[in-house]
Design a protein around this ligand. Structure first.
Ligand code: ATR
Length: 513
């Protein structure tokens, strides 16, 4: 199990103590980032371990290593010495650890620290990727057997994360801290145990404090939602792959379910730029199943050993599970979409209804197939017309572009309008993909996006008096079906009601934190 370290980045000692007290229940140890303190406050760091009442790491991170300390090395050594001075024979009054860099060379200070039980974390921050062999580097960094060696790499791609993971498997001899900094590496912070890391650093982001390093997550999120301190080699790991993957309800949903039913499992976001590299990482981390989202619902298919008839006929896959013979693919977007829409319009099918589908990506394939299955007719409009045509011809539907001609065609296909493109989604451009169309107010309008809950497109439809629905209900329904694929069992209804009553609100609170 990895420990959770609260990285304290406030400007004053007092504020750091307030934060520590608030999150004490999640904190195994704290790191006082002296470089983030106001210069006057740095004079009072000596008493911090006593005031904190739990093990504290003393760190003065230089700007060249991604910190805020801009003074000279002499001044830094003096500050470190102040922090470690007047050591108490009761080690609880001393810093438990001091973080000093690989190139730090003041043996007397290290000797003094050791004498009074302060352990050394020997660190190396690689802000421009990593070219050396990490295992070799770690070996060369360690100066004595009781040191913890730390390497933090700013990862710029999934391949960088893969290299770090491979390295972590080779280093078993000693205590180490391995971190992939940045968005591509966020799962290394949740799955610190799988990366063989002694601890994972977290910040008090919900207190508006700055993260101690790029990609650091909020301590409550790591402790309560992801239950990082309980992850062991036996914990079942699931996740979601996509890019940019900035706003997905799935980690909240699955982890809440696992939490409520007390299952030893975790569901982790895996933002990625390479499906191939991530599949290799999945082997290394023993991931049992993935939800697949934008833009990989089609590209994932060649990686599967087996896929359901639905995946084969539609050409889009949003759920993969690892079986003995390899990865199997399914599609739960279809079921989630049709259940959600039929409930909204209170019908059992779409006979005699004509719909327009905006977009022709992975999820549009599922939507088109379901509209056809439910007896409806449709027009598909897409920025790239040939993609709309490819899907439409399969179901004898019409197609067009997002232009005046397309809008003209829409006038006969406007009982229901379903927006499936990524336009309006958080992380993408916040515009309206159908701005050439004027709503009559009689259309049923569904936007599959749920972050933000109301896109510019949906807002305009609402103002025109249309009945509108966003994608939240659909995503929850498809996640329930995914859960069944992953675990072989259904989510108990009672548990689902429990989540639904508080669900959207709790999730939005987490999201805005
Ligand atoms: P998903 O799996 O969610 O469907 P996708 O396969 O990446 O995601 O598809 C995204 C859809 O959003 C596509 O229809 C895309 O249009 P193109 O096929 O022309 O790329 C559409 N889309 C993305 N950005 C767009 C934009 N700025 N304007 C219009 N459509 C856009």
């Amino acid at each position: 199990m990895a420990k959770l370290c609260l990285c304290l980045t406030a400007k004053t000692i007092q504020r750091n103590l307030e934060i520590l007290n608030k999150y004490r229940k999640h904190t195994d140890l704290a790191e006082l980032r002296v470089d983030c303190l106001d210069p006057d406050e740095r004079l009072y760091i000596r008493r911090f371990p006593e005031l904190a009442g739990l093990p504290v790491i003393l760190t003065i991170r230089r700007d060249v290593d991604g910190g805020h300390f801009t003074g000279g090395e002499g001044a830094r050594v003096k500050l470190l010495a102040n922090g470690l001075a007047f050591a108490n024979t009761d080690s609880r009054y001393n810093y438990a650890y001091v973080d000093i860099e690989d190139d730090f060379d003041v043996p007397s200070l290290e000797e003094a620290a050791r004498t009074f039980g302060t352990k050394i974390i020997r660190s190396c921050h690689s802000l421009n990727g990593f070219t050396d062999s990490i295992p070799k580097k770690m070996k060369s960094m360690q100066r004595s057997g009781d040191e913890i060696v730390k390497i933090a790499v700013a990862v710029k791609s999934t391949n960088d994360v893969l290299q770090v993971l491979k390295a972590s498997k080779k280093i078993t001899a000693h205590n180490k801290i391995l971190i992939c900094m940045g968005h591509y590496g966020i799962y290394s912070r949740i799955l610190a145990e799988r990366f063989g890391s002694y601890l994972s650093y977290a910040s008090a982001l919900s207190e508006s404090e700055v993260p101690g390093a790029p990609g650091q997550m909020d301590i409550s999120e790591l402790a309560e939602l992801y239950r990082v301190q309980k992850i062991t080699s036996k914990t079942k790991v699931y996740g979601i792959m996509g890019y940019p993957l900035k706003a997905s309800v799935s980690p909240w949903f699955f982890n809440t379910v696992f939490n409520l039913e007390n299952t030893d499992a975790v569901y982790v976001p895996f933002p990625t730029d390479s499906v191939n590299d991530l599949m290799e990482i999945a082997e290394g981390l023993d991931v049992k199943g993935f939800s697949i989202t934008v833009p990989y619902k089609e590209t994932i298919i060649p990686k599967l050993i087996k896929c359901s008839d639905m995946v084969q006929s539609i050409g889009a896959c949003n759920t993969i599970s690892r079986m003995e013979d390899g990865w199997h693919g399914d599609n739960t977007d279809c079921g989630g979409f049709s259940e959600s829409l039929l409930e909204f319009i209170n019908r059992k099918n779409l006979k005699y209804l004509k719909a327009t589908i905006i977009g022709a990506g992975g999820v549009a394939r599922s939507v088109a197939s379901e509209i056809h299955r439910m007896g409806g007719k449709a027009l598909i409009l897409n920025r790239t017309v040939y993609k709309a045509k490819n899907i439409a011809t399969k179901y004898n539907f019409k197609w067009g572009g997002l232009d005046n001609q397309g809008i003209e065609l829409m006038l006969k296909f406007n009982d229901i309008i379903i927006q499936t493109s990524s336009v309006g989604m958080e992380g993408y451009e916040a515009s309206d993909p159908l701005d050439l169309y004027s709503f009559t107010g009689d259309e049923v309008v569904m936007d599959l996006i749920y972050v933000p809950p109301v896109t510019p497109f949906l807002k305009r439809a609402m103002s025109a008096g249309c009945r509108t629905l966003n994608g939240y209900n659909m995503v929850i329904r498809q996640a329930c079906m995914q859960y069944a694929h992953f675990t072989g069992t259904e989510i108990p209804q009672k548990l689902l009601s429990q989540i639904n009553t508080t669900g959207a609100n709790t999730w939005n609170k987490i999201r805005s934190a």
